[in-house]
Design a protein around this ligand. Structure first.
Ligand code: PA5
Length: 435
């Protein structure tokens, strides 16, 4: 198996494991519904079935590696890349970049994100910062009409022309958007900008393994082949797989809905590796936007431990018992061993010879035990190391499990009607024509 899963502290998960904890009637009812969800997903009869393109992205994009290599060469000479986008056109890219970044190491190419909020302090200072940079833009928006990236792009486009001249726009901009709809596509056609397509049948939050994620990631020297191979390896294990012992996505989806049925409405996804901060943010969008509909759904929260054990730990251990926990456990880390010193005035000699990773993972095991005994169920994904291959596994697995989980609740995992409410108000208040 490419990854291990634990329910509580038990690695051998089968239906009986859940029956023992949640009761056999509830477990069997939800198991049947989960299998039905998988069936509907695979025969494309589920709610939102027009948006199932993400299921086949790993192999499809592995066949396009040459294209990504060419785009990487196209942007080779620029030292600063601005990736403009929000939601699914932002989070997955940042998640992978941050997870793989080596702390404190100066990169030959820098990536800066823009268009993911409306802070003028941020944008103004970014524009100043670019004065001395040889920069290029990747602007990503599936709809091509989202306000935040559109505003950022207007400023950054002007800056680019001021600094490098109009003749450079076709060399320094890549547009990733719908094949024909939206303002961004119009702009790309009008100014003959280099562009690629967000597939029609892939929604924003399921798009990181499409050109949306792969173009910026490849330009930033991420090994996208390995990322896609990881995704493909788990796809082969979990798709259409009804054996719970074999299918970690099915285990996880069932685990979520069992807790939800028992009124545990908050899920905390936690990790002991701060590099995963944006993976947790990406996961929050995936689950929050996919499932929070029809006045149903689990609220996705996140924690980085041990940091948050000193802030939220108390609540998790002894606050209201309406939450459950999911853990990403990474086995390997850089090697740093605690040394012994003659003067043991800090009292740490008992740890001498132990690696910091061993201590971190002991904290994980100790906390998991404490949370379980405090009434917080735990499901763990254990992976070997933090690299492109394992990130590909996690991404595909979370996407597939999210679809099963939402469909089990009879929710369409692929739309986001609630996102429009704030936009309508905002556009009305700002006087946008037609609102
Ligand atoms: O999952 C989704 O579809 C959304 O969250 C979008 O990713 C987000 O709203 C950005 O949309 P767009 O890429 O159209 O600018």
């Amino acid at each position: 198996m490419v990854l291990n899963t634990y329910f509580l502290e038990d690695k051998n998960i089968n239906l009986g494991t859940f029956e023992h904890f949640y009761g056999s009637k509830l477990t069997n009812d939800l198991y049947k519904k989960s299998l039905e969800a998988i069936k509907q997903l695979e025969n494309k009869s589920c709610k939102g079935s027009d948006f199932l393109g993400w299921l086949d992205l790993p192999q499809k994009e592995l066949n396009q590696l040459q294209k990504y290599e060419e785009l990487k060469q196209f942007f080779k000479e620029y030292d600063t890349i601005i990736s403009i986008g929000i939601g699914g056109s932002y989070l997955g890219i940042r998640a992978i970049i941050e997870a793989l970044k080596i702390p404190f190491q100066k990169q030959s190419k820098e990536i800066i994100f823009a268009g993911h909020h409306l802070s003028s302090r941020y944008l103004k200072n970014l524009l100043n910062y670019l004065d001395n940079k040889n920069f290029a833009l990747i602007v990503i928006s599936k709809s091509g009409t989202t306000a935040e990236p559109a505003i950022a792009f207007r400023f950054l486009y002007k800056k680019l022309i001021e600094k490098f001249g109009e003749k450079e726009i076709s060399k320094r901009i890549i547009v990733i958007t719908d094949k024909e709809k939206g303002t961004l596509r119009k702009l790309a056609n009008q100014f003959q900008l280099k562009s690629d397509i967000v597939p029609d049948d892939v929604g924003g939050r399921y798009s990181v393994l499409s050109p949306v994620g792969l173009i910026p990631l490849s330009i930033m020297n991420i090994d996208i082949k390995s990322l896609l191979e990881g995704a493909l390896s788990i796809q082969k294990i979990i798709r259409n797989q009804s054996e719970i012992e074999i299918n970690p996505a099915l285990q996880y989806a069932l685990y979520r809905n069992l807790n939800y049925a028992l009124k545990k409405q908050i899920e905390i996804l936690s990790t002991y590796r701060p590099e995963l901060f944006y993976i947790l943010e990406w996961w929050k969008q995936l689950y929050g936007e996919s499932e929070g509909k029809n006045y149903k759904g689990i609220y996705p929260a996140s924690s980085i431990f041990t940091t948050d054990l000193h802030s939220l730990g108390q609540w998790i251990q002894e606050g209201e018992r309406n939450l459950f926990e999911t853990l990403i456990d990474i086995q390997e880390d850089d090697d740093l061993v605690l040394f012994s010193q003659q003067d043991d005035s800090d009292g740490l000699n008992y740890l001498s010879g132990k690696s910091l990773n061993y201590i971190n993972r002991t904290a994980l095991q100790a906390t998991r035990k404490a949370h379980i005994s405090g009434g917080v169920p735990n499901f763990t994904f254990e992976i070997k190391e933090l690299n492109e291959f394992y990130l590909g596994i996690l991404i595909y697995l979370f996407e597939y499990a999210c679809a099963i989980s939402a469909l089990t609740l009879e929710i369409n995992p692929f739309d986001q009607p609630g996102v429009e409410a704030y936009k309508t108000n905002m556009f009305k208040m700002l006087g946008k024509p037609g609102y």
